[in-house]
Design a protein around this ligand. Structure first.
Ligand SMILES: Cc1cc2nc3c(=O)[nH]c(=O)nc-3n(C[C@H](O)[C@H](O)[C@H](O)COP(=O)(O)OP(=O)(O)OC[C@H]3O[C@@H](n4cnc5c(N)ncnc54)[C@H](O)[C@@H]3O)c2cc1C
Length: 425
């Protein structure tokens, strides 16, 4: 493949091209690998990005429910605060390629962006495919060659990278290799944990991968009865014994196994150990204090005093939740509302303000939005993303032991670390 005139073709490049030797092989054409490859190619390097899927950036195409939350418009300190694992390691990366750099790059390559609630940046097209396609075109335009193959091994001699071996038995020579293979979640997109094997083979420590931003499993078996119910503007708090791990407002969803949705995924990032179970409390009416809610209930009861209790909550709660709340309140369903006592009302208010579920697990890692864990950051130079153990071996993106909450922060990690690796290859 010829490099575009725009970036020139020097003698060294010509020679390498004839020998089929690369300055750098990037393993993985996800967001980290594509930015890394584009940045290195722009510097005049002969770059091959090797991707095992025929369609590059498969995971990127399903991000943000198909809309791709590209980054966040927050300041760098907020990026650091929202990074759950090894935030200090990312200072150099975040400063070298900022969220503003990402937004300008996407604007330059034809992806106009817009900012939504919580500073989340999305493409105006609302399509993750436009983001992925633009990144692939950009990498190619910068001169990177995208090859479809499955890398099986990295050959290292005298503590320096030599070549990579592919599943077809092909040996591709390269002076440097960047591992941008992603984590181990959503394996159907191609991230099957291969990078951990490559890194371990090179002597790196792998911090055991675990799911982050993942739905939670509850003990209550009846949960399946309210499957599909989604709640907006609720407050969720998560406790481990008496220690509060998380508390925030937003949206959540009941599933056949438990709970999911943005609030729950965010809360899951705070779980370290489930142990004998965690306590999840949902405040179904966070805008009202317990006293205000009681006043509201009394008003509803007074309006139709001869109604059965079972028919009295339609204006207050979603239909699917009513039978559960009635059962849990302990109030007899056919009792006339004017007969309900103050103590019974207190029980009702408590159920609505502190709807309790016992969390007994998370869904498996293949259902997690993010893999927490990966290549230990102590063994990677944070200013270059180069291995401290093997010369010319680089890491970028989710394969590294860094992860953040939702909001566009994880893709920015991929872009920033990919850029830094591409700059130093
Ligand atoms: C459903 C979902 C929604 C998400 N939404 C958002 C969002 O809106 N915003 C956000 O910031 N983050 C989001 N994320 C997280 C984000 O997608 C990841 O953090 C990001 O894709 C990581 O980029 P990466 O390049 O490191 O890895 P990946 O995107 O996983 O790319 C790695 C690539 O390497 C390839 N590969 C792996 N092994 C080999 C091999 N041996 N040989 C050749 N190729 C190989 C894979 O096929 C893959 O294409 C979401 C994740 C999921 C699962």
């Amino acid at each position: 493949m010829m490099r575009s005139k725009e970036y020139g073709m020097n003698t060294k490049f010509m020679k390498r091209w004839k020998m089929n030797k690369f300055d750098s092989v990037i393993i993985g054409a996800g967001p980290a690998g594509l930015i890394c490859g584009a940045t290195a190619a722009k510097r005049g390097k002969r770059v091959a990005i090797i991707e095992k899927n025929t369609l590059p950036a498969k995971k990127l195409r399903i991000t943000g429910k198909g809309r791709c939350n590209i980054t966040n418009c927050a300041d760098i300190q907020t990026f650091i605060e929202n990074t759950k694992t090894n935030a200090p390691f990312l200072y150099s990366a975040f400063y070298s390629f900022t969220n503003d750099d990402a937004i300008s790059l996407f604007n330059d390559i034809g992806v106009k962006t817009k900012t939504e609630r919580g500073g989340r940046v999305f493409p105006v097209s609302d399509s993750a495919h436009t983001v992925a396609d633009a990144l692939v075109s950009y990498a190619k335009k910068c001169g990177a060659e995208i090859l479809t193959d499955n890398v099986k091994n990295i050959i290292i001699k005298n503590n320096s990278v030599q070549s990579v071996l592919t599943s077809g038995g092909k040996k591709i020579q390269s002076d440097s290799v960047a591992v941008a293979t992603g984590g181990i979640s959503y394996p159907a997109t191609g991230s099957t944990g291969d990078g951990y094997k490559f890194a371990a083979g090179a002597g790196h420590t792998i911090i055991a991968p675990k799911p982050s931003l993942v739905p939670m499993v509850v003990k209550e078996k009846w949960i399946g009865d309210i499957m599909g119910l989604s709640l907006k503007n609720v407050q969720v708090s998560l406790f481990c014994a008496n220690k509060q791990l998380f508390c925030d407002f937003g949206e959540m969803l009941f599933t056949h196994f438990g709970v999911s949705g943005p609030l729950i995924l965010r809360a899951s990032a705070e779980i370290e150990n489930i142990g004998s179970g965690l306590d999840l409390y949902i405040d179904l009416k966070p805008a009202l204090t317990a006293e205000q809610l009681d006043v509201r209930i009394v008003r509803d009861f007074n309006a139709l005093p001869n109604k059965n209790f079972s028919n009295s909550l339609n204006l207050l709660l979603p239909k699917k939740l009513i039978p559960v709340i009635i059962l849990r309140s302990g109030i007899e369903p056919y009792k006339k509302v004017h007969q309900i006592t103050k103590t019974e009302r207190e029980l009702l208010v408590s159920e609505i303000k502190k709807f309790h579920l016992k969390i007994i697990g998370t869904r498996p890692i293949n259902e997690a939005i993010i893999t927490s864990g990966g290549v230990c950051v102590d063994e990677i130079n944070p200013s270059t993303m180069e291995s401290k153990l093997v010369k010319n071996l680089f890491f970028a993106g989710e394969v590294i032991d860094v992860d953040a909450v939702t909001g566009g922060y994880n893709l920015q990690i991929a872009f920033s670390t990919g850029f830094l690796a591409g700059k130093h290859i």
